[in-house]
Ligand binder design. Structure first.
Ligand code: PLP
Length: 402
């Protein structure tokens, strides 16, 4: 079947919730993807920060095949080794004492909100202690609870009413957070580095201030590291760069190397408020996915691997700043590790730049209206950065009319 026929089928039979690129991807290898016409693309999207180890990783395929021949799924009614081992590894490498597995980022948000509310009510004895504080430009997912704490009105409005008790404050503005955090606050949820909101790192003062406010009012601090966690920023966890630890943390995107898995990491005090029946999932933590995720996780947390992310990441940042310095279309370059955003001037839509880059064989993704996001697989090398940045510079210089 040729590309046009496949695209026609999608346009006929799939729900129209996505605007897809006009080619059909067929296979991948490392940092490259190939379409059905044999065209090659340098992948600086990585499935939206998912494919940390790139495409068609041989070791991942082996672990997957081996586990698939042994045990794929049994449900959470039974003990199995892979999820127990992955939970231990996640706790040993983080602030956390306990893990709840789920299947996606939005589910990790949902669970974290539920756990925080149960903990806040149980420990305070105050049934009214259920408010959740969230920030401008935040993105925490698309299901009803996660959507309630997401900032973008366009995503929220058509589906209201959403959950109650949500208070909104301005990101990186501690005074505005202080104005809404109080005795009724059960949780504060924040991305240490905002992803969909345009690659906006939190300031140190902001996260440290939120920690103090949460401690003062007996509220849980939830870090959403679904996009910025697991090596993306050059350290295993983004929070390590802030000198602040959360009470709960949501993970997902790269954890399964492309397979769907999310996790909620928590302190023992949160786990103490939970009992059988409080939460659950049919698919979550299956032997197949947790066996793969454990192998992916232990490769990502390796010190040499993280040093590579910092080295190539710093190089990508430098190269993007060099392009910015010579382009009147760039307003700001932001990021860390291998998570970068180039904000363009108001009149240039990021989607137009992303589309122009397709014919140069480069995949990028918008974040908001004006920011082009660069999220390569964490195995990317400097030569790939050179290739990507050259294409980006060419498009800005010759193909964007502003
Ligand atoms: C992508 C994302 C989510 C939602 O993850 P899904 O797997 O798409 O549900 C939540 N939080 C952040 C920070 C994200 O980047």
């Amino acid at each position: 079947m040729n590309a046009q026929d496949i695209i026609a089928l999608e346009q006929t039979y799939l729900a129209p919730t996505y605007k897809r690129a006009p080619f059909v991807l067929e296979r991948g290898e490392g940092v490259y993807l190939y379409d059905t016409e044999g065209r090659r693309y340098l992948d600086f999207v990585a499935g939206i920060a998912v494919n940390a180890l790139g495409h068609a990783d041989a070791r991942m395929a082996d672990v997957l095949a081996e586990q698939a021949r042994q045990l794929v799924h049994v449900s959470n009614l039974y003990h199995t080794a892979p999820h127990a081992l992955l939970a231990r590894d996640l706790c040993e490498a983080s602030f956390a004492d306990r893990v709840f597995f789920c299947n996606s980022g939005t589910e990790a948000t949902e669970g974290a909100l539920k756990f925080a509310r149960k903990w806040a009510r149980t420990t305070s004895g105050d049934d009214e202690k259920y408010e959740i504080v969230t920030f401008s430009h935040a993105f925490h997912g698309r299901t009803m609870g996660a959507l309630s704490v997401t900032a973008n009105e366009k995503y929220r409005k058509p589906f209201e009413p959403l959950i109650g008790g949500v208070r909104r404050a301005e990101f990186n503005n501690l005074e505005s957070a202080q104005a809404v955090i109080g005795e009724k606050t059960a949780a504060v949820i924040v991305e240490p580095v905002q992803g969909e909101g345009g690659i906006q790192p939190a300031t140190r003062e902001f996260l440290q201030g939120l920690r103090r406010l949460c401690d003062a009012y007996g509220a849980a601090l939830i870090f959403d590291e679904v996009q910025c966690g697991l090596g993306r920023t050059g350290t295993l966890w983004a929070y390590e760069q802030y000198g602040v630890e959360p009470d709960l943390m949501a993970l997902a995107k790269p954890l399964g190397g492309g397979l769907p898995i999310g996790a909620i990491l928590m302190r023992q005090t949160i786990a103490d408020a939970l009992a059988p029946g409080d939460h659950g999932s049919t698919f979550a933590g299956s032997p197949l996915i947790t066996a793969v995720a454990r192998d992916v996780f232990n490769r990502i947390r390796d010190a040499a691997f993280l040093a590579h992310v910092r080295d190539v990441g710093a190089y990508l940042g430098e190269q993007l700043r060099a392009v910015a310095a010579s382009s009147p279309l760039v307003r700001e370059v932001r990021g860390l590790g291998l998570m970068w955003g180039v904000e363009l001037v108001e009149r240039v839509a990021a989607a137009d730049v992303v589309a122009a880059l397709w014919s140069h064989g480069l995949l990028t993704v918008p974040a908001g209206r004006n920011t082009v996001r660069f999220l390569p697989p964490l195995i990317v090398e400097r030569t790939h950065v050179d290739e990507a940045v050259a294409a980006f510079a060419t498009v800005l210089a010759h193909e964007v009319t502003a």
